[in-house]
Design a protein around this ligand. Sequence first.
Ligand code: ACM
Ligand code: ZN
Length: 472
Amino acid sequence: MERLNIIPKPNKIDFLGGEVLIEPSKAEFLIDENLGAEEYVLTATENVLRICGGSQQALFYGKQTLRQLRGICPCVKIEDKPAFEYRGFMLDCVRHIFSIDEVKKLIDAAASLKMNRFHWHLTDDQGFRAWVSRRPSAAIDGSVRKSSDFGSLNESGEYGGYYTTEQMKEIVDYCAERFITVIPEFDVPGHCSAILHAYPDIGCTGNPVEVKTYQGIFEDILCAGKDKTFEIVFDILEDLLEIFPSEYIHIGGDEAPKAHWKTCPDCQKRMEQVGLKNEEELQGWFTNRIVDFLKSKGRKAIVWNESLKSGLIGNGTVAQMWMDPKKDSVKFANNGGRIIISDFFHYYCDYPYAMTPLDKTYNYKAIVSGIKNAESVCGVEVPIWTEYINNFERLCFMFFPRFAAVAETGWTNQQNKNASDFRRRFKEYSSILSQIGIKAAAPHEWNPSPVARAVGTLDFMNKNVRNKPKKQ
Ligand code: ACM
Ligand code: ZN
């Protein structure tokens, strides 16, 4: 049987008969304006090794396919283009920070898998990891926590660090060379303990706030009633806009408890002045004020799905669906909005294979049930949060192969996907990861037996979720 070992699986492969020794240095590259911007055609016969693409980006994708054709291969014509325009990964560099060289390795892997977005989670309760020239205290004071107590992962001593402007620009350039857009995330109004540690007067109470040392959802969120909040948020965004040229900026919006807003005179006054019925609407108003700011700078926002609860988010903003029992994102999509799929139960790679086996990730359909128009799904993104991951080796173990499974869902049309074939191809693809310096989880880890799943799930819950400090 003729077959190729390429990830993501190309959408159309014609075997032309016969075999050829692939010599990448002899390949010719041609722009063909009849092809789409991400579409390429690769022809490999005894006489020709040619890649035609609709753009430099498309040629780059053809090259990634060529890289996976090694030695003697069947003669083929591959006609290929992606299923989705948005194919991303998210890295949390707050709970644990990763070096620029490590981040570059993930970018190399993403590029080899034809992904085109890197969502960089830079701010959260446990640290503020981006240098902001207009507000230096954000990184100087907000980046340091007193210890790290994430479930069973306890590290004594101060933990800190942030990326300099030069480092962030280096990542932007590195990505651009690989046709990947970096989308920075500045998470507001929740997950803001670190920024509140630096600027306590933009919280509702004005009380000092610690950079958090453990995981959780915290009640200290930015005050929506104080004008100063927006001065600081806009200053931080101004800096980020200078570094990151992406059309979209991620402004978070997840897990923002409203306890303080309910009792804060400034927040309550704001609600009355603007005519808002409840605190969810206040979050919608808060988000839209930032959306308007971004719009004035020619940019747009991505938000986590909780922001949609207000019912006030317009269709110019993209929603990222991660945990959405009320299906606000589906409603948003069916009313003309666009969404990115990052379902918690299928795509969160910080959870063990016992809870999220490879096949569960692979088989998840990006057009989630209830979506009327496939066009409303921009694509998929595979996230990793790093409370329980404090080194690159562990990060790679948790990310791969699930990272590649989501990359394949982003590229390969649903009808061309097959889980067992993917597993077979991934074993070949691992050699590219090795060249990059990434070691994936071994095949016996990917799809644990039902008993191993139960044991692994309990173990994870006991170590981490149940072992959570109660007080804030
Ligand atoms: C999230 O996982 N809080 C977006
Ligand atoms: Zn307030």
